[in-house]
Design a protein around this ligand. Structure first.
Ligand SMILES: *Cc1c(COP(=O)(O)O)cnc(C)c1O
Length: 402
């Protein structure tokens, strides 16, 4: 007899579709590489020794489990329990390392020696350069020329870790263009491994990145149980650039209908200001970087320029799992402006002594936009620390004073 167990939304179909979105829309020349990747990922994800390596590096190298911290001050302010999942305490300063550890082990298993990656703010570039140094593999990072100028400290870190940083000089000279360059390079260098940094790209990348980040919600469940006697929160809030930290923070809660999942997008200077990255509101279905998803495009299908004060959210699309779960209403999306995020960042510094990444500050700001009950247990995923954003913070504080 066939079982009637409902399939989890976290599992795409055999063609990589989450409902309406996903798939692998790739040039013919990449088909073999992507298929090789898919087969090896399927093998590794169920391989005991692979998983042992992954978990042991997460523990001893990354510093996991990251704390689940009950903020007394935020709890008092909002009149419920507010927990912060401290991904900011991961080695290299953000959740991105969880994924690069998983993928570098996969690349090694596949016998690859040359790693390529794209980066926007440089966080994924640094996380990739880090694991390549650890594994003694060659690392090439593509980065928009404009981002190279904006994010000098991270460019320095990558170089110090031994990576080659190649400027993308086409288009808007930012993340989208760096991704195009990386894909082009991959086509011409089929022996290299393309280590994608978010839950985007052709199948199996969105699924693979989500599964390597799922450790975040696995830990939240255990830690909540220890601290409250119940492993389920009432709400989980995470920011979405491409969607890897959100996919990880939501992963083990997608099928728990009672847990509200809230994805926070960058509204820049205002959703309809023309300077925004609120993809789930402004976007429509289209193909970007290998998957059918929601993306910001003009009436001719040309991708429009996103804007956010935080480079990590400055992306014109969202991963297909988020496109699907937001479209079906399972996940609610909330837009947060540059200024709202800045205010929340300054507030957390003062209330809790934590300087959050600008991206994470968007998730915090959503606390002001949702209805809160006394018995709410809310987890905000603090995806990264704010060291990389200090210059922006100081400039903005000066502007506010003048
Ligand atoms: C890169 C980044 C993000 C956005 O990427 P996702 O894939 O959407 O998680 C969010 N927060 C921090 C700190 C980042 O570095």
């Amino acid at each position: 007899m066939e079982t009637t167990e409902k399939k989890s939304i976290t599992q795409p179909d055999e063609n990589g579709f989450y409902g309406e979105f996903g798939g692998a829309f790739i040039p013919e020349l990449l088909a073999l590489q992507v298929e090789e990747l898919r087969i090896n990922f399927e093998k590794c994800k169920n391989d005991v020794s692979f998983l042992e390596n992954y978990h042991s590096l997460l523990k001893d190298y990354v510093g996991r489990p990251t704390p689940l911290y009950l903020s007394q001050n935020l709890s008092a302010k909002y009149g419920c329990k507010i927990f912060l999942k401290r991904e900011d305490l991961c080695h290299t300063g953000a959740h991105k390392i969880n994924n690069t550890i998983g993928q570098i082990l996969l690349a090694k298993k596949m016998g690859k020696t040359k790693i390529i990656a794209e980066t926007g703010a440089g966080q994924h570039g640094v996380a990739t350069a880090t694991v390549c140094a650890l594994m003694n593999l060659e690392c090439t990072v593509f980065m928009g020329e404009k981002d190279i100028e904006r994010q000098a400290p991270n460019v320095g870190r990558m170089k110090m870790l031994g990576a080659k940083v190649i400027p993308a000089t086409s288009g808007s000279k930012t993340l989208k263009d760096a991704t195009n360059e990386a894909i082009r390079f991959w086509i011409n260098n089929p022996d290299s491994y393309y280590l994608i940094g978010s839950a985007v790209g052709p199948h199996p990348y969105p699924q693979m990145v989500a599964e390597f980040q799922a450790i975040i919600s696995a830990e939240i469940k255990n830690q909540l149980f220890e601290q409250t006697g119940n492993s389920l929160p009432t709400k989980v809030i995470a920011c979405v650039g491409g969607g890897s930290n959100a996919a990880g923070a939501f992963y083990h809660f997608y099928d728990e209908a009672k847990v509200e999942l809230i994805a926070v997008e960058a509204a820049g200077e205002g959703v309809y200001s023309g300077k925004s990255a609120a993809t789930s509101i402004l976007g429509s279905p289209g193909v970007l970087h290998g998957s059918l998803t929601l993306l910001m495009q003009d009436k001719f299908g040309q991708v429009t320029e996103p804007h956010s004060i935080s480079a990590g959210l400055d992306y014109p699309g969202i991963g297909p799992l988020h496109a699907e779960t937001i479209s079906t209403g399972r996940v609610k999306s909330i837009p947060i402006t540059d200024n709202e995020a800045l205010n929340s960042a300054f507030e957390l510094c003062k209330s809790d002594g934590i300087i959050p990444a600008l991206e994470s500050a968007h998730a915090l700001a959503a606390l002001d936009k949702i209805a809160i009950q006394l018995d709410d247990v809310i987890v905000v995923n603090l995806s990264g620390r704010g060291d990389k954003d200090i210059e922006t913070y100081l400039n903005e504080e000066l502007k506010m004073k003048n």
